[in-house]
Design a protein around this ligand. Structure first.
Ligand SMILES: [Zn+2]
Length: 362
């Protein structure tokens, strides 16, 4: 393998850039991490549910990172109407809508009941017509009361029938099962796409993070830096994710789910925040694990070609046409990232580790 690999217009189709000071600090790290196109999550406080706010948020991000192309989303909630969604699509204000089951992760209190999506069917209908993407956080909330034990290890698997039903009811709606963590989810995505013909675009896809390609349950039990939702699962699940990532199937692509929290919200004994921060070295992490299994030749498809095809992104839609190049160059991950005078600190994924690839722009 050459020591330089041209990756094209790299894209991260699941990014949390937060708001306020945290936003100011992490937004420029999208480009540092080798990412050209960032698909932005709407779980701010309050969640993003109107056009003015999403336009304003994008403007703020663009000012902080002029060379990064931002794709924006709404937060699926009862505040949305089919008319509003249609208008947002027509104005190009959003590329998709993120659906959070109520209560499963950071700022998801305003989310929906994943046992019954029918209240949102009029919105899904409009999304299907307008070619908007539905981004699903695919977990059922934990419950031990109704005879159906649901917990962090099976929450994703228990959600999969709801995914299948949605696809059946809206066969032309583009759906992403975000941050897949289980073999069951990978199998479900393969199953839905089993009749996909060569060159045909899939309707139902899955995004995969960098950290879930490394982690299993042993890595986060007792380690808050590695704790995220959905949690990393068992070794056979991790193997299934890695196989999917290097499979060359167009329905698996990169979405980092990089989710920064101040260290003070990670290093606590009550209420540890879920989220792993990978943005600063996003592409390098993926390259590291692909290289380890001798699959670097599959990297460009995973971090660039497949996601961009699904989201119909091309050169003409970018704010900057710089292309990302992976270069063989060691980089040391700091123990903690600090930012000038700011009091905020972020613990990056794999602190004090060394990565063997980094990224440049041409
Ligand atoms: Zn997320």
């Amino acid at each position: 393998m050459s020591s330089r690999i041209e990756l094209g217009y790299t894209a991260d189709y699941h990014v949390h850039l937060r708001q306020g000071e945290m936003m100011d600090l992490v937004t420029p790290t999208v480009r540092d991490g080798g990412v050209s196109i960032a698909y932005i999550m709407p779980n701010l406080t309050p969640p993003i549910t109107d056009i003015d706010r999403v336009v304003e948020y994008k403007k703020e991000l663009q000012k902080l990172a002029p060379k990064t192309t931002f794709l924006m989303t709404f937060y699926l909630s009862k505040l949305l109407t089919p008319e509003l969604v249609a208008k947002a699509a027509d104005e190009g204000a959003i590329a998709g809508i993120k659906c959070y089951p109520a209560g499963v992760t950071t700022n998801s209190q305003a989310g929906v009941d994943p046992n019954d999506f029918t209240a949102f069917y009029p919105i899904f209908k409009v999304m299907e017509q307008k070619n908007l993407v539905l981004n699903l956080h695919g977990e059922k909330p934990s419950t031990h009361d109704n005879g159906e034990d649901i917990h962090v290890l099976n929450a994703e698997e228990k959600f999969l029938p709801a995914l299948a039903r949605l696809h059946k009811d809206f066969p032309n709606l583009k759906i992403v099962l975000e941050h897949c963590t289980s073999k069951a989810a990978i199998d479900a995505i393969h199953e839905i796409n089993k009749d996909l013909k060569q060159g045909e675009q899939p309707k139902v896809v899955a995004s995969l993070t960098a950290h879930h390609l490394f982690l299993t349950i042993d890595d986060w039990a007792g380690n808050p830096v590695n704790f995220c939702k959905p949690v990393a699962k068992l070794p056979h699940d991790r193997r299934a994710l890695l196989d999917a990532a290097v499979s060359g199937k167009p329905y698996f692509f990169f979405g980092s789910d990089s989710a920064p929290h101040d260290l003070s919200k990670k290093s606590v004994h009550i209420g540890v925040c879920a989220g792993v921060y990978t943005q600063k070295f996003a592409i390098a992490y993926v390259a590291e694990i692909f290289d380890k299994i001798g699959k670097l030749d599959m990297l460009k498809d995973f971090v660039s070609t497949f996601g961009n095809a699904f989201y119909e992104m091309d050169e003409s839609k970018l704010v900057c046409n710089d292309r990302c190049v992976l270069v063989k160059k060691d980089v040391d991950i700091p123990e903690v990232m600090t930012f000038g005078d700011s009091k905020l600190k972020i613990a990056p994924f794999r602190p004090v580790d060394k990565l063997h690839w980094s990224t440049e722009w041409i």
